[in-house]
Structure formats: structure tokens, C-alpha cells
Design a protein around this ligand. Structure first.
Ligand code: CAA
Length: 382
């Protein structure tokens, strides 16, 4: 452990209180206004959430992966939109710099990320390159000591509020695959960046996504992550391996929240003269959810510990993302079922959390992409 178990236990207590006292009560407002209130973002900054994974040398807490998932088990009991703003920043938005950045890049950007000054986004997906990320078309053309970026990125989380983008773009037009891609650090105020209108989504209201359009956007050559062309796809995949464990941890936490909501309701709601929780068919739904959630928690902790120990976790990360995102979908579905008619009504949290949970099976790699990563490694003998 990087911080020590006492400090992490304290951090988890503080976050648990923040979730129960500030975030869960604000969920309805976030849903209605489709944004996380600025005063809550300011509180997140004061709590140091934007520095959780930034190394201590650069002003962060430098949590290990195990510590990070333990924190996520608390934090992500609240609606996923809250996690999205700082979790995307300290996760996929900035991990390219942490994992593969040069010392100069780390020095320049990580302290400003840790303080919460720079919200970050990860710009990989394009209108025609989703699951097939290596086919991306955004072009970065070398021009003296700059690169000129042209192209459109789609569904980019945090784009409307981001101060910094990690952008994957093709530096070698002759190489149409992964080897032609480089990753860039692009500051928001660079001329040539337009943010599209905020997307209207099924759920996770308050987490803002939009297109990011680059037109003749000149970025210093010093901002190519790691200082070398052609490494950007690998950087993106390493970032996603880590991100997928984080998403899986968030699925576990949301499942625990959904189970708690279902149990509370089952203990109160009466039908046929009894609390519905006394009926074995209701208990069966609760039990299946509990057992599956426990399995998810155990596998996430195992993968996180293995990553901390330096093992190659790319297949395990996909296993975690696949199982936990599908698991939280089933748990959300059962929770709606336990609530019955009330579960379909916006007045109760089950309806909103059910819609929120749906996205976990799609972003940071669909379930089918996780199956492909796992299955391919099995057959190819990794
Ligand atoms: N770590 C390091 N290197 C890796 C890697 C990993 N996890 N995965 C692949 N690579 C390397 C390979 O070794 C290979 O290198 P060589 O050429 O030197 O051999 C290179 O990268 C290309 O790999 P593949 O041949 O496996 O590439 P592929 O084109 O077959 O694609 C894929 C692999 C798994 C399908 C990948 O494209 C993928 O993960 N797609 C899903 C994309 C995704 O998750 N998008 C989500 C966007 S982020 C998001 O959701 C944003 C948000 O805001 C929430």
C-alpha cells in the first residue's frame, strides 16, 4: 500500500460521510439540472479527490490501485455523475501522462491536475472509430516544432469543462493501424478547438459529454506523450486497462447502493399482510444480488493487488469490467423488480440508478470488446 492502511481508512471514512451527507442528497438536483453543482466540485477539490492518483512528488496522494478501488467502493455509491468529473480527470484523462509522460510533462501538468485546476478528458473515440479504436482518423501533421491536429472526437466525457485533453491522433498516415497513432497533451485554450453541444443521454445526467473538434490546432511537439511518435495507441490501452479496473470498482459500489435500497424497501413495504422481504422469492432476488456483488468486489481487489505487484493485468482488467458491469445491470434490474411499480417511478432512486448503470456496459470498452480481449488472449496463449 502506498499510503498505509490507517490513512486510507480515514480517507474512506471521510469520503463515506461526504457521499451520505452531500452527494446522495444532491442526486435529484444533478439529474434535473444535468450538471454537478460547482460548490460540490469545489468541495471535491478541498477533499483532495483530484489528487488521489497523482504521484506524491507532483502534489497528489499517489494511491496504489488497491487503495484507489477501496476509495471507489465508497465514492461510487453515489450517482456515477459525481465520479465522472474527478474520476475521468485522475483516471483516463491524465493517466497517459502518469504512465508514459516525460519528466517535463509530469512536472508541467500533474501538480495542476492534483490541485483540481485542470479538469481532464480522454479523447480517443471518433464518429467512425469506437470499438475499433486503432482505426481513428484524427490527423496530427508535424510542422516544425509543432503538430497540427485536425479531426473530430465524439462522446468525450468532461469536454465542456475540461482544461486539458489527452488526444490520440494519427501521426503516420501510411500506417492505418495502431502503430500510426500518437498521444498528445492538448490544452483547452489552444486555438482551433471547438466543443460541440452537450449530449443528451439516457442516464448519468450531470456527467457532461460532447464532441471535440480540432481544426488546424497547433500543439507543441513537446506535448507528444513520452516524446515519441507511434506509441499513442499503447498508451491509450494501458490507460484503459487501469480505467477498466476503476470502472469495475464503481460498478461494485453502485451495486452495493442498489442492494441497500432494495433491502430498505423490502423491510418496509407490506403486501399480503407481511413485509415483502419475508417472502422467499424476494429474498432470492436480494441473495443473488448480494452473492454476485461480493464476487465482483473480490475480483476487483485481486486484480488491483496484482497490478500493484507489477503483474500484467490486461486480461484481468477486462474480466473485471465485463463481470462487474454486467453484474450491476442485473442488480439494478432486480432492485427495480423488488420495488415493483414504485421501481418504475422517477420518485424513487431505483429508476434513475437503473438508467445510470446501463452505461457501464458500454464505455471504456463494451462487454463484447472485453470478451474479445479475454478470449483472444486465451486462444493466443497469453
Ligand atoms: N497494453 C499495452 N499494449 C497493448 C494493449 C494493452 N492493454 N492492448 C494492445 N496493445 C498493443 C498490442 O500489443 C499491439 O502492439 P504491437 O503492434 O506492437 O504488437 C498494439 O497495441 C495493437 O493491439 P491490437 O492488435 O490488439 O489492436 P486491435 O486493433 O486489435 O484492438 C482492441 C484492440 C482491444 C479492440 C482495442 O481497440 C480496444 O480496446 N477497443 C475498445 C476501445 C475503447 O475501450 N474505447 C473506449 C473509449 S474511452 C471512453 O469510454 C471514454 C469516456 O470518456 C468514458
Amino acid at each position: 500500500m502506498a499510503l498505509g492502511s490507517d490513512v486510507v481508512a480515514q480517507l474512506r471514512d471521510t469520503i463515506a460521510r461526504f457521499v451520505d451527507e452531500r452527494l446522495i442528497p444532491a442526486e435529484k438536483r444533478v439529474e434535473e439540472e444535468d450538471r454537478v453543482p460547482p460548490e460540490i466540485v469545489a468541495e471535491m477539490k478541498r477533499l483532495g479527490l483530484f489528487g488521489l492518483t497523482v504521484p506524491q512528488d507532483y502534489g497528489g496522494l499517489g494511491l496504489s490501485m488497491e487503495e484507489e478501488v477501496l476509495v471507489a467502493f465508497e465514492f461510487s455509491r453515489a450517482a456515477p455523475a459525481f465520479r465522472s468529473i474527478f474520476g475521468t480527470t485522475i483516471g483516463i484523462g491524465s493517466q497517459g501522462i502518469v504512465i508514459d509522460g516525460t519528466p517535463e510533462q509530469k512536472e508541467k501538468y500533474l501538480p495542476r491536475i492534483a490541485s483540481g485546476e485542470l479538469i481532464c478528458s480522454f479523447a480517443l473515440t471518433e464518429p467512425e472509430a469506437g470499438s475499433d479504436a486503432a482505426s481513428l482518423k484524427t490527423r496530427a501533421r508535424r510542422d516544425g516544432d509543432h503538430y497540427v491536429i485536425d479531426g473530430t472526437k465524439r462522446f468525450i466525457t468532461n469536454a465542456p469543462v475540461a482544461g486539458l485533453f489527452t488526444v490520440m491522433a494519427r501521426t503516420d498516415p501510411e500506417n492505418k493501424g495502431a502503430g500510426g497513432v500518437s498521444a498528445f497533451i492538448v490544452e483547452r485554450d489552444t486555438p482551433g478547438i471547438t466543443i460541440g453541444k452537450i449530449d443528451k443521454k439516457m442516464g448519468q445526467k450531470g456527467s457532461m459529454t460532447a464532441d471535440v473538434i480540432f481544426e488546424n490546432c497547433r500543439v507543441p511537439a513537446a506535448n507528444i506523450i513520452g516524446g515519441r511518435e507511434g506509441m499513442g495507441f499503447k498508451t491509450a490501452m494501458k490507460v484503459l486497462d487501469r480505467g477498466r479496473i476503476g470502472i469495475a470498482a464503481s460498478c461494485v459500489a453502485l451495486a452495493e447502493r442498489l442492494i441497500a435500497e432494495a433491502v430498505t424497501y423490502a423491510r418496509e413495504r407490506k403486501q399480503f399482510g407481511k413485509k415483502i422481504g419475508e417472502f422467499q422469492l424476494v429474498q432470492a432476488m436480494l441473495a443473488d444480488s448480494r452473492a454476485e456483488c461480493y464476487a465482483g468486489r473480490a475480483m476487483v481487489l485481486d486484480a488491483a493487488r496484482r497490478r500493484d505487484a507489477g503483474e500484467d493485468i490486461r486480461v484481468l482488467a477486462s474480466c473485471c469490467k465485463l463481470f462487474c458491469s454486467e453484474m450491476v445491470g442485473r442488480v439494478a434490474d432486480r432492485t427495480v423488480q423488488v420495488f415493483g411499480g414504485a421501481g418504475y417511478m422517477a420518485e424513487y432512486p431505483a429508476e434513475r440508478l437503473y438508467r445510470d448503470a446501463r452505461l457501464f456496459r458500454i464505455y471504456e470498452g463494451t462487454s463484447q470488446i472485453q470478451q474479445l480481449v479475454i478470449g483472444r488472449a486465451m486462444v493466443e496463449g497469453d
